[in-house]
Design a protein around this ligand. Structure first.
Ligand SMILES: Cc1ncc(COP(=O)(O)O)c(C=O)c1O
Length: 361
């Protein structure tokens, strides 16, 4: 059994993917070729966002979004310590401070009720993460941001395809950033990402920053990066979009089936909660297990792969700890010690899912 079955997905789409890649090889416009704009238009339509700017990765999406807002040394950006490192890393890279707010124990997403208390005159933005494919409390977070004139950047790296009150993740705040890393809900065959916004000026700034701050050929109006997504990666996603709706439905059905099958195993194994007003895309299917290492060993012995997302709260990571000495985020720390992710992809069979559940039981 694979943790994420990318080969079955390729087999299902091989004809279209191969043809799309061949087309790029034939026209030879590997950088900013026609596939790039075609993909951006399709993703705008999918999310409902006015603008989509494709970029080199999810990490680059966060960096370019923060650069477009002019985040600089001394600024503060509020985010969660229970996330992949890139979220905080890009804030710190710009010389700003990542101000952590602890998470909710049942969803692992940022606790919106604790955000207002950490806002200072230096706060520029709030960056919630839609962890494991479930969108955070965006209405509450947008309302806090509006009261304090802050910008909300959704880190939707794990949640492309998820919905919140019927609206798509990525298009729920001023800026949304996603990742097309191969294992993500919509993944390409290398690195890729996208930024969504409804703001014309921000979109223009992001387009310029993605090509070294160019507003015209060799006219560098601002500081930028080399942050474009390749035409070949866009071509792969264009082919994959053909069955993406089916994949999202399938992930949702498998996630809900896991919830139901695992319910009798509580409290030893506890699925995370999904709020009734949103649909997770289960970027990861993650549960809590008090005796995690024993569970992982047992699964491994039965040939079932698992992973830990993530083993430490970011304030405990060696490269970050000095900045957060004396601070604690008890829920994040507790979840980091308990979470375990099970195999999940649209191509996971019910039979394999039953095997996973039996092994856990
Ligand atoms: C929450 C989160 N943010 C950012 C990223 C960075 O995306 P990428 O790997 O495409 O740079 C990831 C992906 O691993 C992620 O899970």
């Amino acid at each position: 059994m694979e943790f994420i079955d990318l080969k079955a997905q390729y087999r299902a789409l091989k004809g279209d993917i191969d043809a799309r890649i061949q087309k790029v090889l034939d026209h030879g416009q590997y950088i900013l070729g026609p596939e790039v704009r075609e993909l951006e238009e399709k993703l705008q339509a999918y999310t409902g966002a006015r603008h989509c700017v494709s970029v080199a990765s999810g990490t680059e999406a966060l960096l370019i979004a923060l650069m477009a807002l002019g985040v600089k040394p001394g600024d503060e950006v509020i985010t969660t310590p229970f996330t992949f490192v890139a979220t905080a890393e890009m804030i710190v890279l710009l010389g700003a401070r990542a101000v952590f707010v602890d998470v909710e124990e049942d969803t692992a997403n940022i606790d919106a009720s604790k955000i207002a208390a950490v806002i200072t005159p230096r706060t520029r933005a709030i960056m919630p993460v839609s962890l494991y494919g479930q969108v955070a409390d965006m209405d509450e977070i947008n309302a806090i941001a509006a009261r304090h004139r802050l910008v909300v950047i959704e880190d939707a790296a794990q949640s492309f395809g998820a919905t919140y009150k019927g609206r798509r993740s990525g298009n729920l705040s001023a800026i949304g950033c996603t990742s097309f890393f191969p294992s993500k809900p919509l993944g390409c065959y290398g690195d890729g990402g996208a930024i969504f916004t409804g703001d014309d000026a921000l979109a223009q700034a992001m387009r310029e920053i993605r090509v070294h701050g160019q507003s015209g050929r060799y006219n560098h109006t601002r500081i930028g990066v080399g942050g474009r997504m390749d035409s070949i990666q866009c071509a792969v996603l264009l082919a994959k979009l053909a069955r993406f709706d089916w994949e999202v439905e399938r992930r949702l059905a498998l996630g809900r089936r896991f919830d139901k099958l695992l319910a009798p195993l509580a409290p030893r194994i506890r699925p995370l909660a999904v709020r009734p007003d949103r649909e997770s895309v289960y970027g990861q299917y993650t549960v809590r297990a008090a005796s995690r290492s024993a569970v992982q060993e047992k699964l491994k012995a039965k040939g079932i792969p698992s992973a830990v997302h993530y083993p430490l709260s970011l304030h405990q990571q060696p490269g970050y700890a000095a900045q957060y000495r004396g601070q604690s985020f008890p829920v994040s720390e507790k979840l980091a010690a308990e979470v375990i992710s099970l195999p999940m992809s649209a191509d996971l069979s019910e039979a394999d899912q039953d095997r996973i559940v039996a092994a856990l039981a």
